[in-house]
Design a protein. Structure first.
Length: 141
């Protein structure tokens, strides 16, 4: 750990390192739509919004970020367990929110698993709130 952490745009070349990190972070689930091709399409539709944090050549943080023109969404924000508790997740989040503000987005939505109390704690400390009366729903196509 050099402590000199760089945050830059997430590029599809970062995909393998991102997946490896996501697999090591408790509470994060890789699901349909997280394959390389789908992530490449997401990045192409949302250029410059997703972020990756590196310490030298090591990927230590990731956040997928995009919007549909109306609402912003942040997916799979994750920090290497060895780097947690140092504000890196908040730095990644702030970079994502800055990009969404530039795009004119006024509201951002995240989904946090109900069995991920640590993740929920992070988001609450960052000022996020539960959406009363809302539940997540989905359908496979």
């Amino acid at each position: 750990m050099s402590g000199n952490i760089d945050i830059r745009e997430f590029l599809i070349n970062d995909y393998d390192a991102a997946v490896e990190l996501w697999e090591r972070v408790e509470g994060l689930e890789i699901a349909e739509g997280d394959d390389r091709e789908s992530v490449a399409q997401f990045l192409a539709r949302n250029p410059g919004l997703s972020r990756v944090a590196t310490d030298g050549s090591k990927t230590v943080g990731v956040a997928l970020c995009g919007h549909d023109g109306r609402r912003g969404h942040i997916y799979h924000l994750a920090v290497d367990p060895a780097y947690q508790g140092r504000g890196l997740g908040k730095r990644l989040l702030d970079k994502c929110l800055k990009g969404l503000r530039r795009a004119g987005v006024k509201r951002v939505i995240i989904m946090v698993a109900d069995d991920n109390p640590r993740g929920r704690g992070f988001w609450r400390r960052c000022g996020w709130e539960d959406i009363p009366g809302a539940i997540s729903m989905g359908i496979d196509l």
